[in-house]
Design a binder for this molecule. Structure first.
Ligand code: ZN
Length: 355
């Protein structure tokens, strides 16, 4: 009895001392939160590398390795359920979001995030909804359920892909989408003829270095500042007559709209160009991260859109030394000095390629 009284007394005492806890309001269960999954392609277990030493010329120059300059982070459907993710830039890309547009769905859908993809990495994966959650977000963060495709997959013709992201590099790579350039590496000398100006066997290092210069050249030409300098520059046509502002605007657009670059390596000369042919010598591929190379690269691009050596689209004019390669060369030099190019000495993944 005594013990019970003591207990009650203690209970009462503490009961009085203890502040009264308010009863928590019951909170409703939050709706399930859809998130975008992250996939990495950052080591030998989750990706392989393209353009590595020892690869066959057939593979280096294959049609499957052709890409749009605006899609250097390229995702394509291989079959109903499989995707290939490939990085055609010679630098790592981090924090990218892959978008898929599916016929019948009005908005692009965030399919997955890439934490990191290595320079030149390539990997095939299943669509994430095949083995995982079927709920995704579209670009306006509205939930989309892709359950209908879980067992069937999606016909290749019904999907297209894009990448997006907020990093400085991704923003610059996205700007290249202004250009129509398709890029393919090419062996112009399949019979190894010693009498021509083509390198007998294009190799992996050539392609690796080429994959950087082509991005930087595209970046040069997407820039409004380059366009402004080009249009302000005195440039002559194939009859050595000064072009009007309108003509120069048309010429600049022609460069933006070049449909295809067949990229090859030349010997004996610095470059060869015309039609879709874009040949550069090894010294150009070695120098472009540190020096203005427009004297050669833009000269060949001038040939690709139909200009001859009479026009100052190719060589600077005499005697005043003006023309396309001068204006673009100055723009290139400024971009180099500002460390502005997407591909730089400090982010190219194989320093040995420039030794
Ligand atoms: Zn020429």
């Amino acid at each position: 009895m005594k013990k019970i009284i003591l207990f009650l007394w203690v209970a009462l005492f503490y009961g009085c001392e203890k502040p009264v806890e308010p009863t928590p309001e019951p909170t409703p269960e939050p709706p399930p939160v859809t998130t975008t999954i992250e996939i990495n392609f950052d080591n030998d277990n989750n990706s392989s590398l393209m353009f590595q030493d020892g690869e066959s010329i057939a593979l280096l120059t294959s049609e499957e390795r052709r890409y749009d300059i605006g899609q250097v982070l390229r995702v394509k459907a291989v079959d109903l359920t499989t995707l290939e993710v490939a990085n055609f830039a010679p630098t790592d890309i981090v924090n990218a979001t892959i978008l898929v547009t599916i016929e019948g769905h009005p908005k692009p859908i965030k399919l997955f995030n890439i934490g990191k993809i290595r320079a030149h990495a390539v990997q095939q994966i299943k669509y994430p909804f095949i083995d995982g959650d079927t709920k995704f977000l579209d670009i306006d963060d509205q939930e989309v359920d892709l359950a209908q495709y879980k067992t069937t997959g999606i016909p290749i013709a019904n999907v297209s892909f894009d990448f997006t992201g907020e990093t400085d590099l991704i923003k610059k790579l996205k700007l290249l989408g202004k250009l129509k350039w398709k890029i393919k590496y090419h062996d112009f000398d399949p019979n190894d003829d010693p009498g021509n100006n083509w390198k007998d066997n294009i190799d992996a290092k050539d392609v690796r270095r080429f994959s950087g210069i082509i991005i930087n050249l595209a970046y040069l030409f997407q820039a409004e500042s380059t366009k402004t300098a080009f249009i302000a520059e005195p440039i002559t046509d194939n009859n050595n007559v000064a072009m009007s502002t309108e003509q120069k605007q048309e010429v600049f657009k022609k460069i933006i709209d070049i449909p295809l670059f067949h990229c090859g390596v030349v010997v004996n000369v610095s470059g060869l160009g015309g039609g879709s042919t874009f040949g550069l010598a090894n010294h150009v591929l070695k120098d472009y991260l540190t020096k203005d190379v427009c004297e050669i690269t833009v000269h060949e691009i001038g040939h690709m859109i139909g200009y001859s050596h009479t026009s100052s689209m190719t060589y600077p004019s005499n005697p005043d030394k003006r023309g396309a390669v001068v204006a673009t060369g100055q723009a290139y030099t400024i971009m180099l000095s500002r460390n502005e190019f997407p591909i730089r000495k400090n982010n190219y993944y194989k320093a040995v390629d420039f030794e």
